[in-house]
Write a protein that binds this ligand. Structure first.
Ligand code: NG6
Ligand code: CA
Length: 516
């Protein structure tokens, strides 16, 4: 009898296991690969699908035309680190005091305990990777670049990470693969310091004769490849990247990852974070002169080509129809961001900000409203969506798609909107620019008073600061020219009250903010 019972038990267990495996297998098939293509400082008006007439971006346009092109989509912030923090954690960056533009030596700003987008995806069987710009800090504040660098992307959910630590204009100027500097030689260790130079090392400030690109503001510390950077670095000669090759290096790595994972049973998530068109703009020679706009235009053409090559790889691997792609940018555009590179002089009639006011660093729309499209061949129907949506919503939306219960308070489930099945987006959203915040509600945006200059004269961008409240109806006045604060006092009061409730105690500090 006992033996018989055991046999039944074993048989039942077998069926249960088989059923379980079957379920997992079918889930895998229905779970698409997910790729986020994330550009650095690409403006709302930099893509021809968004109205650019002086530059042509056929591959980005293809995704915009055949996918959902969003006109009201936002990065959470007008600078990089906070936007990337929110994208990956689903948490507003103003909740984390450290989520600000970081030096290359900054510690990791995402807690290893925190839920992240890749961690959530891993609970659903995804393999996860980042290739490109990180800029969320590494280590615990005292990184030895010659040893295993940790914690970093691998500790917050990425199985594979091939990154630059911060930005192309910041040291260390090396690629890091899974915590190890690529190409590092034991007898030439890397030293990095953001305060003091290393004795005898030339700098952009003192040795302009060594420069192939001149600095305009900032960017006058260590010289690497003839380009002056932010921060000081010594050693690691063989490990240093070649700026002009960076687009190819990241693209090839992303393609290799796709080719490798396309053969796997499990789906993958790839966060492909391109460095263009952030400074220093260093197009590969084959793209030099292609835009007629100087390096800024040329690297946009280069980035567009990279997007095309990535799509081609998905096609070649036969997985384009099983891959959901999100395309966006971390913040709005800037022309002169610290180097003389003809971005201003050769701009001609191009408007990187499109019809919007402001740019990178600004609380006005061009700071955070960015190109954003979802593309999933065969599943997402082509459309244009005016729904209000933020990059912070990806975590909860993807979780919803995969039947995960994981959510964060700030990240809203916008799955139907992302897939073009609904036009009902968010009702409200808080946007941020260099620690200042503003409140979007319906068609309106309310910008509280901020001390500080109206214009950052270095980059020549209106920051959104004013001594008085600003209120704009973005539907009628996308260029934010008509301040309704005086004529709509009731609405203004309503928005202020709601904003204060959402921002909590932090809101009181805004008056004291010093602007950089
Ligand atoms: C600023 C840099 C700018 C850029 C930015 C970060 C100066 C004067 N300006 O501090 O060039 O690197 O930081 O850009 O150093 S972001 O897109 O990564 O946020
Ligand atoms: Ca950026």
């Amino acid at each position: 009898m006992k033996k018989f019972r055991n046999t039944i038990f074993i048989a039942l267990s077998f069926f249960a296991l088989a059923a379980c495996q079957k379920k997992e297998a079918s889930e895998d098939v229905s779970n698409p690969n997910i790729i986020i293509i994330y550009l650095d400082d690409l403006g709302y008006g930099d893509v021809s699908a968004y109205g650019a007439t002086e530059i042509s971006t056929p591959h980005m346009d293809r995704m915009a035309r055949d996918g959902v092109r969003f006109t009201n989509a936002y990065a959470t912030s007008a600078t990089c680190t906070p936007s990337r923090y929110a994208l990956l954690t689903g948490v507003y960056p103003w909740r984390n005091q450290d989520a600000k533009i970081l030096p290359g030596t900054a510690p990791l700003v995402i807690s290893t305990e925190q839920m992240t987008l890749p961690k959530m995806l891993k609970t659903k069987g995804y393999q996860t990777a980042i290739v490109g710009k990180w800029h969320l800090g590494l280590g615990d504040g005292n990184v030895n670049w010659n040893e295993h660098i940790s914690p970093g992307p691998n500790e917050v959910g990425f199985d594979y990470a091939y990154i630059m630590a911060a930005t192309q204009d910041r040291v260390p100027t090396v690629y890091i693969r899974d915590g190890h500097v690529e190409g590092l030689e034991a007898d030439d260790p890397i030293l990095v310091d953001y305060q003091n130079n290393f004795e005898g090392e030339p700098t952009g400030k003192e040795n302009p004769e060594l420069l192939k690109m001149m600095w305009h503001h900032g960017h006058n510390n260590s010289i690497i490849n003839g380009i002056p950077r932010i921060g000081f670095m010594k050693g690691g000669e063989k490990a240093k990247w070649v700026d002009e090759d960076m687009a190819d290096v990241f693209l090839i790595d992303a393609q290799n990852y796709i080719r490798q994972k396309s053969k796997s049973e499990k789906p993958f998530f790839l966060y492909y974070a391109l460095q263009q068109p952030h400074v220093p703009r260093t197009p590969h020679p084959r793209f030099v002169g292609t835009s007629g706009m100087g390096p800024r235009g040329d690297v946009i053409i280069e980035a567009d080509w990279c997007v095309g090559e990535l799509l081609k790889t998905l096609e070649e691997e036969g997985i384009l129809e099983n891959t959901l792609i999100i395309f966006s940018s971390d913040n709005g555009p800037v022309l002169n961001d610290g180097y003389y590179d003809d971005a201003v002089e050769k701009l001609g009639d191009h408007k990187p900000w499109g019809p919007l006011r402001g740019g990178k660093y600004s609380l006005f729309e061009a700071g955070t409203r960015v190109p954003f499209m979802t593309y999933w061949k065969g599943t997402v129907q082509p459309s244009v969506s005016d729904a209000l949506i933020s990059q912070i919503d990806l975590l909860s939306s993807f979780a919803s798609m995969l039947n995960s219960d994981i959510r964060t308070d700030d990240s809203m489930d916008m799955l139907e909107v992302l897939l073009g099945k609904s036009n009902v987006g968010r009702e409200e959203l808080i946007i941020e620019a260099t620690s200042r915040t503003a409140f979007r509600s319906g068609d309106f945006i309310m910008i509280p008073p901020y001390k500080g200059p109206a214009v950052n004269t270095m980059v020549n961008i209106e920051l959104g600061n004013d001594n008085n409240y600003q209120l704009y109806n973005l539907k009628d006045d996308i260029g934010q020219r008509n301040n309704l604060a005086d004529t709509e006092p009731e609405l203004l009061a309503e928005l202020i009250a709601r904003f204060e409730a959402l921002r909590g105690a932090e809101y009181g500090k805004i008056e004291q903010l010093e602007l950089k």
